[in-house]
Write a protein that binds this ligand. Structure first.
Ligand SMILES: CCC/C=C/C(=O)SCCNC(=O)CCNC(=O)[C@H](O)C(C)(C)COP(=O)([O-])OP(=O)([O-])OC[C@H]1O[C@@H](n2cnc3c(N)ncnc32)[C@H](O)[C@@H]1OP(=O)([O-])[O-]
Ligand SMILES: NC(=O)C1=CN([C@@H]2O[C@H](COP(=O)(O)OP(=O)(O)OC[C@H]3O[C@@H](n4cnc5c(N)ncnc54)[C@H](OP(=O)(O)O)[C@@H]3O)[C@@H](O)[C@H]2O)C=CC1
Length: 335
């Protein structure tokens, strides 16, 4: 491994960061993910999650794939879902190879309650889940006054409805069988601060934050714990395509230089928090949303407020770049 200390421009993003660079020239999100796994320090017993069966929605890419990798490497049987079969199959292969653990994929659209119900029934046919991670998300930058009802709905239904139906699908089965369970939702620090230019996502994540507190109380007596995490910036290909498509859109939320710890989050750090939260070792924590953002939201540059400097022409270019990314994704979908 070659050690290069790099500070400055990476990919086409204006990001100041210091990193051990394994593959010079690779995009920042790819570099980060590879480093994190190779330098992964296992702080838990490798059998910690043995016997657990955990569904990670949106586990085929980005944070969901990395979280799934961590669960599988600690003995869990991981199920991932998304709308693109090819991406899911690749991810399952990668999780099995890199973690040495068990992983399976199901095609499902979390915007559609029937699709979630079918997925739950298919999984339960082979045995009950013990845990659920609501990770599937959708987001793009846009001035709120330009959003169409379909644009708002695409984001709201993925985050808010998807998390509700997946939680309900697991919860009703656990309650009927008298089984315990754990739910963790992957939120964002905008549940406390809000954020300009990503209003539907901030609203929908805040709704899931409310679901977390509410269900912790309702289902606590039944042995079901419900928590959430609120990550700061952890660069991934999709999030950066949708939230930092141009040099001009590189502001607060996607930048490392104003994070009090002066860097992006590492996948390893997120994995460790998720493994802890889903394990039996933290059996007295419920109803909480835990930030993992290097103190970003406390220092307040954690939103897209800085985009008020963009011109209408900049916004048009941002929209075209985001929609090109979405078109590419749609080609692979079968659900
Ligand atoms: C700090 C980091 C925090 C990270 C948070 C994350 O969640 S990162 C996670 C990042 N990962 C993901 O987001 C992964 C999942 N993402 C997706 O599935 C897509 O990106 C999606 C959310 C656009 C939905 O796609 P879909 O195929 O279901 O729908 P569709 O293509 O048909 O569009 C629906 C409507 O949206 C409209 N619209 C679209 N773009 C723009 C724009 N820039 N401007 C304005 N509007 C826009 C579009 O015009 C249409 O409305 P219309 O014209 O018919 O009235
Ligand atoms: N990256 C970051 O810095 C941060 C991310 N987060 C949260 O982490 C989560 C993952 O983000 P990230 O990994 O960056 O982005 P990705 O776009 O890589 O992950 C989103 C995943 O959700 C899946 N998904 C989207 N819509 C649906 C749907 N309707 N049905 C089923 N699956 C769906 C996508 O697969 P497919 O399109 O194939 O369906 C994809 O695998 C999101 O909830 C995001 O809000 C929070 C804070 C910071």
């Amino acid at each position: 491994m070659r050690l290069i200390i790099e500070a400055g421009r990476a990919c086409d993003l204006q990001i100041k960061y210091i990193s051990v660079l394994i593959s010079p020239g690779a995009p920042v999100w790819a570099v980060q993910q590879r480093i994190d796994w190779q330098d992964c320090a296992f702080m838990f017993d490798r059998d910690l999650l043995k016997g657990k069966r955990i569904l990670v929605t949106g586990g085929g890419t980005g944070l969901g794939k990395e979280i799934s990798m961590g669960f599988a490497a600690h003995g869990a049987h991981v199920f991932i879902c998304g709308r693109r079969p090819e991406i899911l199959e690749q991810a399952v292969g990668e999780i099995r190879t890199r973690s040495g653990g068990q992983a399976d994929a199901l095609v499902a659209n979390v915007r559609d309650p029937d699709s979630i119900e079918k997925m739950m029934a298919d999984i339960w046919n082979t045995g009950p889940l013990t845990g659920l991670v609501n990770n599937a998300g959708a987001n793009f930058l846009a001035p709120t006054e330009t959003l169409s009802p379909r644009g708002y709905e695409a984001i709201r239904s993925t985050i808010m409805d998807g998390s509700f139906y997946a939680a309900q699908g697991c919860g009703k089965r656990w309650i009927a069988a008298g089984l315990p369970g754990v739910i963790i939702s992957n939120l964002v620090t905008w549940v406390w601060t809000g954020s300009a230019y990503v209003v539907p996502a901030a609203m929908a994540k805040a709704a899931v934050h409310a679901m977390t507190m509410s269900l912790a109380v309702e289902w606590g007596p039944k042995g079901i714990r419900v928590n959430a995490v609120a990550p700061g910036p952890f660069p991934t290909e999709n999030a950066w395509d949708k939230l930092n498509p141009l040099v001009e859109t590189g502001v607060g939320a996607t930048q490392a230089d104003e994070v009090p710890l002066r860097r992006f989050g590492k996948m390893d750090e997120l994995r460790n928090l998720m493994i802890f939260l889903i394990s039996d070792g933290c059996s007295y924590i419920t109803g909480d949303t835990i930030s993992i953002d290097g103190g970003h939201h406390l220092a307040a540059p954690s939103t897209f407020a800085g985009l008020s400097k963009l011109s209408p022409e900049d916004w048009q270019r941002a929209r075209e770049a985001i929609q090109a990314s979405t078109r590419k994704e749609k080609e692979g979908r079968s659900a």
